[in-house]
Design a protein around this ligand. Sequence first.
Ligand code: HEM
Length: 413
Amino acid sequence: MSQLNLWSLENTAISLLQHPSRVVAALLTLFILRRAIIRFFFPAPFTVAARIPTYLPFGIDFIAWSIYHNATSQDIILWNKIFWRYGRGSLPYTVEAVLGPDHVIFTADHENIKSILALQFSDYGKGAKFHRDWKEFLGDSTFATDGRQWQDARHMIRPLFLRERIEGLSVFEKHTRKLLRLFNGPNGQRNNIDVVNPFFRFTLDVATDFLLGVGVNSLDNPKEKFAVAFAEVQKMQRLIQVSGPLQPLVSKVSYRASIKIVNSFVEQFINRTLSLPISELENLAKNDKDYTFLSALALHTRDPAIIRDQLVAVLLAGRDTTAGTLSWAIYELSARPDVVKKLRAEIFSKLKPGDTPNFADLKSMKYLQAILSETLRLYPIISFNMRIALKDTTLPHGGDKDGFQPISVKKTP
Ligand code: HEM
């Protein structure tokens, strides 16, 4: 009997070797069976986040699933499905996937997000890999650094958020007038127009004007070299970010060529500003009209590379976020004439036609602010963000049967 079994085993082995596809299928079946058995008999303890099951090595099935939903603009559908299917109890917004060697926690729980970004700020960071992946574009700016390096960069960009700087709206005004002319068409007629592209050009012109003192004028010239290069760098940076282990296969030729264009554009302004004596820079800082973020940075450091990193990072931070939010606001308003009517009434209660609003006017427009807040709620412009654990730590939600208890988070190796 045992001889018979050995004979049939040998036959099976020979048949498998003759058909490599069968070997792969057999290995996969074993892998899936093993996963299913482990999951059934040894579920994740309640002190760690609930697991998203994956059935293929390295969680490739989950990765493919999320790439597909991202490529077809269905992220929200995917994440609702995942949280409600695999999360715990009545607070299911925290789950974990094992992707190769990494345990990745996904959370949309506001208490967890508050802990990561504020209460347990020093426990979490961007990490060395993110810094490496983004280094050529964002250098050592706040977006790509942790700890002391982040503090230094954050300190340097403080002038950006000073109240008197935020209050200066004149830089917006000239570009806004240009934008409105574009919306109205060459003869002042009202056209149907895709607002997204003009909004992205508008925010690029405002941002470069505010940061460097000279706008790139992409509203006048859509094919402006800097604008095209900046868009290419962003596109390639996204590709580098999502390509994971396949990153070495991504060609960086256009990425590096575009970074060179961005750098040489910014550098001419940096060099010009650094050639000014300190006393002149101090005068500029006091004078609202000629003040630029670049001159404020030059008062802080004489290192052109550090100044370049801060400028490019703030350009990235301020440009797409505002252009995207404005586009979504117009999209929603186009279907809500009742809201538009109320908004116009609010604006005309504060300003006469042709008036230029100042900061206090804008602050007093509560309905306008509510529209922008609602737009950001419906279309959060930074809908996905990442951090790694810099040490063994915790998150306040996701544990126990109901999801209301803390979970442990292991330091990212
Ligand atoms: C709708 C508009 C905006 C939204 C929704 C938005 C959202 C955000 C978010 C979520 C972060 C945190 C990113 C992270 O830590 O990973 C951030 C950081 C930042 N944003 Fe914005 N932002 C907007 C506009 C702007 C503008 C106009 C500027 C500058 C002109 C700006 C400058 C910055 C800077 C410098 C940081 C980094 C701060 C730090 O690392 O401490 N943002 N923004």
